[in-house]
Write a protein that binds this ligand. Structure first.
Ligand SMILES: O=C(O)c1cc(=O)[nH]c(=O)n1[C@@H]1O[C@H](COP(=O)(O)O)[C@@H](O)[C@H]1O
Length: 311
């Protein structure tokens, strides 16, 4: 498989060229969207899901346009759209489309995983193509999705199949950023913690799918809030790109994520959602200006920390 995996090599080439390992999480919260955007849509559509969905799309496009200078990877978390019904899902779909239109990469944060046959339907919906008679249509066109491995390897296999067929990628939840993540993930099975066992699986899948850049599109989610574990997991999964959430609102900073990178500054994508989207609420500036500054600052802090460690 070495060399055939285009998505991961393309991603790594862009990370190097744009010196940007950051992901902007698109987690729209109605209460936090600027009043001017909401006002316009409430006037047009009343207190409806349509008004919310239109506001979300307007807000997201504004954020994407504002931060493109320092970020090209975007992670819409589908729950924030699902709560607004069909219209919310349409806003999710159109957000993914817009990221593609402007040349960005989409991580669909769907956290799926089920028995094999159901996982296959999820994988087709978000990574593959749905067949209707002689036609194959894309339902949601993401580049990567996040997946939950707790049903075992048959819940993962259909996603890996779609990755191989359509040159897509996955981030498997390994050690999550939330405060309770250790309740289950840190338990020992023999001498190994559960999250380490999952890391071993991910490593097994990633070495079979490693691209020219030395990384695989089978990646791992590891929280910025657990820097010690992050360091050990980097050693355990040398071929997997990490998606590292927990930067910003959850307390993680540049020093916490530096161990996720290799000596070339590759190997990790660091996500920040609230800290960028709603930066305007702290600074009082226009939301696009504040988001742009927050993304630039985040990128600069990480690059600085990587340079400091390299010395
Ligand atoms: O898979 C994820 O993206 C994820 C995994 C994890 O361990 N922790 C975590 O926070 N996330 C997601 O990352 C985003 C973090 O948002 P902020 O805390 O606002 O930056 C949310 O969309 C979470 O659902």
């Amino acid at each position: 498989m070495r060399g055939e995996n285009m998505l991961i090599d393309h991603l790594n080439a862009r990370i190097i060229k744009e010196k940007s390992p950051i992901v902007v999480g698109l987690d729209p919260r109605w209460d936090l969207i600027p009043e001017a955007i909401k006002h316009e849509n409430l006037k047009a559509y009343g207190e409806t899901f349509k008004a919310v969905a239109e506001s979300i799309l307007h807000f997201n496009k504004g954020i994407i346009d504002a931060v493109m200078e320092s970020a090209f990877v975007f992670k819409p978390q589908i729950a924030f759209y699902e709560q607004y019904g069909i219209e919310g899902i349409e806003a999710y779909y159109k957000t993914c489309q817009y990221v593609k239109e402007v040349g960005g990469i989409v991580i669909g944060d769907i956290k799926r995983g089920d028995i094999g046959s159901t996982s296959e339907a999820y994988a087709i919906a978000h990574l593959g193509e749905t067949t209707i008679g002689n036609r194959s249509l894309k339902a949601f066109d993401s580049d990567f999705v996040t997946i939950n491995p707790y049903l075992g390897s048959d819940c993962i296999a259909p996603f890996l199949n779609q990755c191989q067929t359509h040159d897509k990628g996955v981030f498997v939840l390994v050690k999550t950023s939330n405060p309770s993540s250790g309740e289950l993930q840190d338990l020992f099975v023999g001498n190994t913690r559960i999250y380490e066992r999952i890391a071993d699986w991910v490593h097994g899948w990633s070495i079979k799918t490693t691209g020219n850049s030395g990384y695989s599109s089978v990646g791992a989610v590891v929280g910025a809030t657990y820097p010690e574990e992050l360091k050990r997991l980097r050693e355990k999964m040398p071929n997997s790109i990490f998606l590292v959430p927990g930067y910003g609102a959850q307390g993680g900073g540049a020093k916490d994520v530096v161990e996720a990178f290799d000596s070339n500054g590759l190997g990790a994508l660091i996500n920040n959602s609230r800290g960028i989207l709603y930066a305007y609420r702290k600074t009082g500036e226009n939301y696009q200006i504040a988001a742009k500054k927050a993304a630039n600052e985040m990128k600069a802090s990480i690059v600085l920390e990587l340079e400091r460690v390299a010395k």
